[in-house]
Ligand binder design. Sequence first.
Ligand code: GN1
Ligand code: MG
Length: 539
Amino acid sequence: MDDSKFLEASAKHPIVEGHVYKYGTAGFRMKADLLPGVSFRVGLIAGLRSRKLNGQAIGVMITASHNPAPDNGVKIVDPMGEMLEQDWEAHATLLVNAPTHEELLETYKKLASQLKIDLNTPGRVVYGRDTRPSGHSLVTALADALEATGIEYTDYKILTTPQLHYLTRCVNTEGTPKAYGEVSEAGYYNKLSEAFVRALRGRKVQGQLIVDCANGVGGPKLNELLKVIPKDVTGFNVKVVNDDVLRPEVLNLDCGADFVKTKQRAPPNFKPTPEARCCSLDGDADRLIYYWADPDSGFFMLDGDRISSLNASFIGDLVRSAGLEEELRIGVVQTAYANGASTTYIEKNLQLPVVCTPTGVKHLHHAACQFDVGVYFEANGHGTVVFSQEALRVFREKKPQSPAQKDALETLAAVGDLINQTVGDAISDMLMVEVILAHKAWSLKDWATTYTDLPNRLVRVEVANKDIFETTDAERRLSHPPGAQDEIDQCVRKYTTARSFARASGTENACRVYAEAATRHEADELATKVASIIKQYGS
Ligand SMILES: CC(=O)N[C@H]1[C@@H](OP(=O)(O)O)O[C@H](CO)[C@@H](O)[C@@H]1O
Ligand SMILES: [Mg+2]
């Protein structure tokens, strides 16, 4: 450990004095000019984490997802492509907030000692960034930290967030029976394309798909993927729109999955095409929303709840056709934001268990891993399906007892390769939706008939200090401040079939109120009443 080299490197990337940093739901995310010192220190943490894990590669993604262009973010990815283990969020927060370079060095060494990390053992970090121009300086700061602490690193340049998660897992499984894929961006495209063709089982995708890429990294990466997907074999006819990555100011601007979900309408620059399927990725291509924008019938959105139930329905049928319903446990994971109608449909119509967890992919992912097939999506379109090693083995090795079983097993094996199991991947989720619609010969309107959403409203409430609002029961009830939940319950009881909850946001300084009821008027009225309760308690 060369202290002078460490301090010299740190001095080039100071943190902003007086700013308190916290590793949140999506890592460190804020205005980009606050981040160079943070990126340097995340490099330190990632190197420590790799050394702690016997030199396994740790991923670092530089992105701010669906946030506007002036923001950026830095988040750490664990060896199997999953989110950073929660205990280390505190270590990251501690290191990033060390006030001086000397205190940073002292904290770094103390942390290494406390965690029993030998600073002379090898470590490895792989990283990428999205298309934000501020990413250049953050990558430089990150690399300087890795150089200063003797960590081997690979810069994969511009990637979608899910691609970085994929590469992290590939690096750590290369050459083993659990090899996740070729360790390259091309390997990602080839794996998805090959699995897409196999999962279609000779069927062709019908009609055109218009993909709004939020003027983010998903645009160029989807275009790369389309170069390797055989259009003649699959019928996959895609029109890519909003893929202007040369003008940072238009990133996520009036387009993308977050715009569609929050505004509940198509991007204004969209030319509605009757019968065309539409979908939107967000700025780092880890969220997906489907919809149609028909001049006659108007706009209809198919969000994360819909994608979840579509996957659960299709995979559940395949598992039954494969004769595996006794061997494999399938479950669906949601947060409190899931529309009550989707939960009822999954439990009653699909006969599958639904687990509710707090917001944040790390909570859903962990709960989904308790099943052999765990389907998890947040309503905003972030999610994926995870398969146990046992499930993947059975898909490959079970001897089919009939042609139907053979077909189901081979489709399940292809689906296991098609879906990016490391994290919600808008591009692989989109291919999966296209496979399912082709198997079912469904239009989006057919898909939309599976259940009818309860009218709902999501409201953002500015309060003096959001952190006084503490929740329990997977964020569905307030445990603090005293009395607030009782008042919410009194409001809800006045409606026939209504539900409402409030919680502090983990990504911005506000609270969120969700309400759903039997009618649009009741949902809006209930949301307004609960928001005023939160405003009153939060003032
Ligand atoms: C209601 C909502 O969409 N909340 C989002 C948002 O979390 P909040 O803690 O609600 O700010 O950002 C998270 C990270 O992107 C995402 O996982 C989550 O679904
Ligand atoms: Mg995102």
